[in-house]
Design a protein around this ligand. Structure first.
Ligand code: HEC
Length: 215
């Protein structure tokens, strides 16, 4: 019995050591454009959904899907999210295959998570992925507006649907709706003017627009 137990401990230790050596000595593929493995899709994605389901507070979306809220959400989405998550003109986004894990393409597969989980995803981002924590640059009102827009994205009222399809050139204007209570604004990020000027030259400029607007 004692020998069996000792054998188990040594076995587990050897497995852990092999795992450590595999990672430490460079056998893990570091490329963001590597194919996403089946096993990772099968384990990591449900694990992420479960983690968010467990952590996201049971808050109700305080906003109604009015045209004003949907339009504000749509504009922020166009400027800050569509380069990774797509829009009707680019259902397969510019960066769709440039990140690992891949960003879900919302025009192809509309987000169907409860609002509180979407809010949590957007506010806190996703560790070990390209998904930023947007509470660094957006107010909670703005995050609720995007959440409201995401919930309605595949069932927008007809006038908005038209706007969504025509505004989707990616030149949608800035989100101008100010949160009613400035205390709810998150801290502004520090980005120099030079950094903001640079956005004109980089491909992912829509991502930086938000940062420069807020700063
Ligand atoms: C630089 C690329 C990038 C940008 C910009 C970006 N995201 Fe993401 N997002 C990702 C990636 C990558 C994932 C997948 C993370 C994972 O599966 O681990 C993701 C996941 C999500 C999810 C979870 C979806 C699900 O079904 O699991 C939501 C919701 C989301 N993003 C919303 C947004 C919103 C809203 C914005 C804009 C405010 C935004 N994202 C901007 C890359 C991005």
């Amino acid at each position: 019995m004692g020998k069996f137990f000792a054998g188990m401990v040594i076995g587990v230790f050897c497995l852990l050591l092999a795992g450590f050596c595999y990672v430490r000595f460079g056998f893990v593929d570091p490329r963001a454009d590597a194919p996403v493995e089946f096993i990772e899709r099968a384990i990591a994605m449900p694990a992420l959904d479960a983690a968010v389901g467990r952590r996201a507070p049971e808050t109700k979306n305080p906003l109604q899907p009015t045209e004003a809220n949907l339009t504000a959400g749509m504009n922020i989405y166009q400027s800050d999210c569509s380069s990774c998550h797509g829009d009707p003109v680019h259902p397969h986004a510019m960066l769709a295959n440039a990140l690992y894990p891949r960003p879900p393409q919302f025009v192809i597969d509309a987000p169907d998570m409860p609002s509180n989980e979407n809010f949590y995803f957007i506010a806190h981002g996703v560790r070990w992925s390209g998904m930023p924590a947007w509470k660094q640059t957006l107010s909670s009102l703005q995050i609720w507006q995007i959440t409201t827009f995401l919930n309605q994205m595949d069932k927008l009222p007809p006038p908005m649907e038209k706007e969504w399809r025509t505004e989707a050139s990616g030149t949608a204007g800035d989100a101008t709706v100010e949160p009613p209570d400035s205390a709810h604004r998150y801290a502004k990020p520090q980005l120099t003017e030079a950094g903001c000027d640079m956005r004109k030259n980089v491909q992912g400029k829509r991502i930086l627009n938000a940062i420069c607007r807020a700063g």
